[in-house]
Design a protein around this ligand. Structure first.
Ligand code: HPA
Length: 279
């Protein structure tokens, strides 16, 4: 058996009897949303350390566990803490948790992150609904023998970010009177922030926000035919757009400041996802 698939199935075997329910949606909690799960009754928690071979984040402040809760009645599995390619993991390890949440039953993947704003119309603290992405700067998690059990070799990417979910995001933001930008997310490897020249490159390529995660996860999810949606918290304007140097502290500070609003937006969207799936 293929090693990547074998590892995925081993991880699945070790969690499958601990799931309190079959999740409808999988939610990846990015910077600022780490505590999102605290407001709900957690029905099960599985620490990444408890899953043999599972990639564990090395970034300070990134907790690593799956949380299971009903959010507005919708069964959701949350990833509290993700791993990044720059930590040294292979791309197949980086997306293993996404694949696992799909095997658990999740049909929808809701990605969140903090990202640098590249579009001059954006301000630090804005939210941006991801409408499309550029993942060409990082290796594809689909490189290697195709895992036929998961999806097809040449997978269609014409609508990675599901149009109906995008409409639910717009609707939710409107209902809560939260302004929301829209744009293209570009994943670079990091861990260094971009140079001003790289930021100009991203803008010239049609990017609106830049970050070090997310797009590879959306690729793996598309392969497994999940419906994907995503929101970035624009934690800063990207390098060179202001006079100030960029720091991880600034990124965290803004993401944390915007967290209460981000949390309510995410919850509202999930409640609409629940209604949609009920028909
Ligand atoms: N660049 C890359 N990743 C980021 C940034 C940025 O400016 N802000 C938050 N994550």
């Amino acid at each position: 058996m293929n090693q990547v698939y074998e590892k995925l199935m081993e991880c699945y075997e070790s969690v499958k009897d601990r799931l309190p329910f079959k999740p409808k949606a999988a939610l990846v909690l990015g910077s600022g949303l780490g505590d999102y799960g605290d407001q709900f009754e957690i029905e099960a928690a599985i620490d990444y350390h408890e899953i043999a071979g599972f990639p564990v984040s090395t970034v300070a402040g990134h907790r690593g566990r799956f949380l299971f809760a009903h959010i507005e009645g919708v069964p959701v599995v949350m990833m509290q803490g993700r791993v990044h390619y720059y930590e040294g993991y292979s791309m197949t390890d980086v997306v293993l948790p996404i694949r696992l949440m799909r095997l658990m039953g999740s049909e929808v993947l809701f990605l969140t992150n903090a990202a640098g704003g590249v579009n001059y119309k954006f301000q630090a603290g804005d939210f941006m609904m991801i409408t499309d992405q550029i993942a060409s700067f990082v290796p594809s998690p689909l490189i290697g023998p195709n895992l036929e059990e998961l999806g097809v070799r040449f997978c269609d990417m014409s609508q990675v970010y599901d149009r109906r979910l995008q409409e639910l995001i717009r609707q939710s933001a409107r209902e809560l009177s939260i302004p929301i930008q829209e744009g293209v997310y570009v994943q670079l490897t990091g861990p260094a922030y971009e140079t001003p020249a790289e930021v100009r490159m991203v803008r010239a390529l049609g990017g609106d926000a830049v970050g070090m995660s997310t797009a590879c996860e959306a690729v793996a999810a598309s392969h497994m035919r999940m419906r994907v949606c995503g929101i970035s918290c624009i934690s800063n304007l990207a390098c060179g757009m202001t006079d100030q140097p960029l720091s991880h502290e600034e990124v965290n500070e803004t993401a944390n400041r915007r967290a209460p609003l981000f949390r309510s937006l995410v919850t509202r969207i999930i409640s609409h996802i629940g209604e949609e799936q009920e028909g």
